[in-house]
Write a protein that binds this ligand. Structure first.
Ligand code: GLU
Length: 308
């Protein structure tokens, strides 16, 4: 299959629609982003790379970082992590507080904000916040095999100044003992992980370990066991798009994680890792054109995990 031709056809089809959706304006620094942008990259497990549009432009990966932090936390505490966070789709918005009260401070899954904050709190154990941020950045550079990945401090600061809901979620969990560090420390790490700036190409490469049973086929770096890679993919499929996860599975059929910066990391197990970015978001906070692009890709390649 000519994957470059597939990407080119998707780009051509979506070009007239650039600008659709709404950028995430609740984080002031993200509100400034021009929504008329689109990039997409595919890194295959046999070592090829295909890209189209602004695939080389860095953007704020936001919640996609939750996949990497989850990987790091599982490496530290293993299955014990599931005492702190569940594994079920939430069916509520990414920053919902209601469900957290009903479920006594144990978030539904590691990909909604509350769950990700609890996971970050686990990684923070035994470290100063600055060390945990450094460890996280080194880990992402390692999985991406790219030392140029950076954190955008302006985005981190912007969110620190305005992330009142995240402070509410974290304080709530602290009251239940599910946040074990000062809230500002845990959120300091969380805001920095979300502010990671990566391009579609870097993201596609960073996701390769999930497409290739836990080991990056390009570098030979073993990141997680095959079983763990499979399980992270399962969580991404069920919970990676907040309360739009069912619709994404229905339309695309691939494990994926979105972020409010407009990026999505998707995984075609055994075949490829895909990074797509377009800043305009749909109603549930997932990239509008990024989702459509992945739907077109799945249809044209037959890569859905449920068959063509
Ligand atoms: N940093 C964002 C927040 O906490 C992440 C949300 C997202 O990307 O979905 O609100």
């Amino acid at each position: 299959m000519d994957l470059q031709a597939v990407l080119d056809s998707i780009y051509a089809e979506l070009s007239p629609r650039l600008g659709e959706g709404k950028v995430a304006d609740y984080i002031p620094q993200l509100a400034k982003i021009d929504p008329h942008q689109f990039g997409m990259a595919i890194a295959t497990t046999d070592g090829k790379l295909y890209s189209v549009g602004s695939a080389d432009t860095g953007f704020s990966i936001q919640s996609i970082s939750k996949v990497f932090m989850l990987t790091l936390a599982l490496g530290k505490v293993g299955e014990g992590l599931w005492k702190r966070v569940g594994r079920e789709p939430s069916g509520t918005s990414f920053n919902s507080i209601v469900q957290l009260e009903r479920e006594e401070g144990i978030p539904r899954n590691p990909f909604i904000n509350a769950g990700a904050i609890a996971v970050t709190d686990v990684v923070l154990s035994g470290h100063a916040p600055r060390e945990a941020i450094g460890e996280f950045l080194r880990f992402v550079r390692y999985v991406a095999d790219d030392e140029s990945v950076v954190i955008d401090d302006k985005v981190a600061r912007s969110e620190t100044e305005t992330g009142f809901r995240n402070f509410a979620l974290a304080n709530f969990m602290r009251a239940y003992g599910n946040i074990q560090h000062p809230v500002e420390h845990t959120l300091g790490v969380y805001f920095h992980q979300c502010a990671l700036s990566m391009s579609c190409i870097q993201l596609a490469r960073a996701g390769l370990y999930l497409a290739a049973q836990g080991t990056n086929p390009l570098t030979g770096h073993s990141v997680v066991s095959p079983k763990r890679a499979r399980r992270i993919n399962a969580l991404m499929l069920m919970c990676g798009h907040y309360d739009g996860s069912g619709d994404f599975a229905y339309r695309v059929g691939l494990p994926g994680k979105s972020g409010v910066g407009g990026g999505i990391l998707a995984v075609a197990p055994g075949i490829a890792s895909i990074g797509v970015w377009s800043p305009g978001l749909n109603k549930v906070g997932n990239s509008q054109l990024g989702s459509v692009a992945l739907e077109l890709l799945a249809a044209r390649t037959g890569w859905s995990v449920f068959g063509d």
